[in-house]
Design a protein around this ligand. Structure first.
Ligand code: FMN
Length: 215
């Protein structure tokens, strides 16, 4: 009896998820109308690499993350970007001054996963691309390849990368529509980014997208 109680106690103490108070914040609802047309976003989008330090509002952050992976259909859980076989292998992280956050599409919320400002380390991880340290937010597209591999085998390698492109373009066009600048960054040390952000083992970083007001 005592032994069983001890085992249960050990299990509860060791499994952080049971007791850890998760720091989750619900984001403002997305807006479905904008100040410019899709065509204007397409015509004006440019990779921007010079950012003001001004932060983004919660509304702007919510809109960018919704554009990346927001749920747009509740029955099947379809999202703003297409996904091979609806396997949704992509995970979105947000890096800003006050820490690292994981986007939870189902509840349209952000879970804090780290307390420190990792932007300077992202600059080092991306071979000195210092605009990653200047931008108020960096959106990270990571992938859990296994989610798509279980359905498509080796073909998943192609599909997951195609999906990251869809999501990145959604973010870039949404940034443009919000009057913000952004750039897709693919040049970085994968393992360093993963370590700096403390990403889970299964989440491999594919893209870094700094977003902010341009100078
Ligand atoms: C897969 C990919 C990786 C990229 N990686 C970087 C990068 O590491 N750093 C950077 O400054 N721009 C990067 N870019 C942005 C390109 O340099 C940019 O798209 C190109 O110069 C065309 O300019 P535009 O985006 O303004 O049309 C990348 C673009 C793509 C599609």
């Amino acid at each position: 009896m005592v032994r069983s109680l001890l085992i249960i106690l050990m299990f509860l103490l060791c499994s952080g998820e049971v007791f850890a108070a998760r720091d989750i914040q619900r984001l403002p609802d997305p807006r479905y109308t904008g100040r410019i047309t899709l065509e204007e976003s397409l015509a004006h989008r440019r990779s921007e690499r010079s950012f003001q330090t001004a932060g983004l509002t919660n509304e702007q952050i919510a809109q960018l993350l919704w554009a990346a992976q927001g749920i747009t259909e509740r029955t099947w859980g379809f999202r703003t970007a297409p996904s091979a076989g609806g396997t949704y292998p992509l995970e979105i992280y947000l890096v800003k001054r006050d820490g690292v956050f994981h986007y939870l599409p189902l509840t349209h919320s952000l879970e804090k996963t780290k307390d420190t400002d990792c932007r300077p380390s992202l600059t080092r991880a991306s071979l000195g691309q210092d605009f990653l340290g200047d931008a108020p937010v960096v959106i990270v597209i990571a992938a859990d390849f296994e989610k798509t591999e279980v359905k498509f085998g080796a073909r998943a390698q192609r599909y997951v990368h195609l999906e990251a492109g869809h999501v990145a373009e959604n973010i870039l066009l949404q940034a443009e529509a919000l009057g913000l600048g952004a750039a897709p960054v693919g040049s970085f040390w994968d393992d360093v980014v993963k370590a700096v952000l403390d990403l889970p083992y299964a989440h491999d970083p594919l893209y870094l997208i700094p977003v902010g007001y341009i100078k």
